[in-house]
Design a protein around this ligand. Structure first.
Ligand code: HEC
Ligand code: HEC
Length: 288
């Protein structure tokens, strides 16, 4: 049967491209990087059990609210966005949701040494200090005090959040999302000076970069763009999935529609293939 031979050749070359050529090209264009690590192993782990009640006092005494608001606890931001931008280069985020969206190990490491946890030590050193100072403790065991602050932040955090809320608290101080009419809370010029570059609008990011890239990039920007000035964000796995879904919904609204139509088209083709075959059989039968 000649048709079957042709079909065999077509299938052979299709599979060769699918399993051989495409993966090879992909590995050349996007060299493999380790997947996102939500345990933040490189920062060590929280050794102590924190107590949210003690943490509330420690938090107030640690000076966090000198820069950060905690709206949900009735503590508004201490400065308006313009003055905060002018002082720090970027507006410090509200901490109401910090305990819900950031990984515990990351939060503890951030409080101890911001530039290290954020992976921006290449930009900040003794001569150029990171705008968020390290917390040196109130005189007791530093690790215990930090564990208490983290426990407090977790105790006040909302139980449920959506992707847009995660974007507001974790990304909007630097990034626009123009397709959703969301704009950076920082002053653009000061921000560009602080970062060394203007953070890009995220509306179309899902199309140019894809989910997998975003997942690794947000978790550790240095892995994908060595030397980049974007700090590591430190989101836990749930919050990161939510923010990526939000980026996807905003930039690629038609995705689910597009994917749903695929199986329908395949079904349509199959039905027509069967009809075409039956027709052919009928015509040849009459010819014989
Ligand atoms: C002198 C001001 C200042 C103080 C004090 C301060 N911060 Fe910050 N904090 C900042 C600034 C500015 C940023 C944003 C830095 C950036 O995005 O580069 C920030 C960022 C953060 C973030 C977001 C990190 C991320 O992954 O995006 C958290 C969480 C945070 N601070 C918690 C705290 C806690 C808890 C304390 C108290 C122990 C504290 N901060 C004290 C200025 C401050
Ligand atoms: C403190 C500021 C800051 C925060 C917070 C921040 N970014 Fe960025 N981001 C930047 C800067 C600056 C760049 C440009 C980096 C470069 O080109 O080196 C960038 C670039 C990016 C890119 C483009 C990467 C590429 O390969 O070109 C993506 C995607 C991105 N950010 C996503 C996010 C998401 C999602 C969040 C929140 C979860 C976030 N960023 C939080 C500053 C920030």
């Amino acid at each position: 049967m000649r048709e079957f031979k042709i079909l065999g050749v077509v299938i052979f070359f299709t599979l060769l491209v699918y399993w051989g050529v495409e993966p090879f090209a992909h590995s050349q264009m996007h060299p493999h990087v380790a997947p996102a690590d939500f345990t933040f192993k490189d920062l060590g782990t929280l050794q102590k059990q924190g107590d949210p009640k003690t943490g509330a006092d420690t938090f107030m005494n640690a000076g966090c609210i000198g820069c950060h608001g905690v709206q949900s606890q009735g503590m508004p931001a201490p400065m308006d966005n313009a003055s905060a931008s002018a002082s720090f280069g970027v507006t410090p985020p509200d901490l109401s949701s910090a305990g819900a969206i950031y990984a515990e190990n990351f939060l503890a490491a951030l409080i101890k040494n911001p530039a290290h946890a954020l992976k921006v030590e290449h930009k900040f050193n003794e001569t150029r200090q990171h705008p968020m100072p390290a917390f040196y403790g109130l005189g007791d065991d530093l690790d215990q005090e930090i564990a208490d602050i983290v426990a407090y932040l977790k105790s006040i955090a909302p139980k449920q959040m959506n992707g847009k809320e995660v974007f507001v608290d974790a990304c909007q101080r630097c990034h626009d999302m123009k397709y959703d009419k969301m704009y950076t809370t920082s002053d653009r010029e000061t921000l560009a000076g602080y970062m060394g570059i203007n953070p890009p609008d995220l509306s179309m990011m899902i199309r140019s970069k894809g989910t997998e890239y975003l997942n690794i990039f947000i978790n550790n920007p240095q892995k994908q763009l060595a030397g980049t000035s974007m700090p590591r964000v430190g989101l836990n796995e749930v919050a990161q999935e939510q923010v990526i879904s939000y980026i996807e919904e905003t930039g690629d609204r038609k995705k689910s529609q597009r994917e749903a139509i695929g199986p329908k088209i395949i079904g349509f083709m199959l039905i027509f293939a069967v009809l075409a075959y039956l027709w052919k059989v009928k015509i040849w039968r009459e010819l014989h």
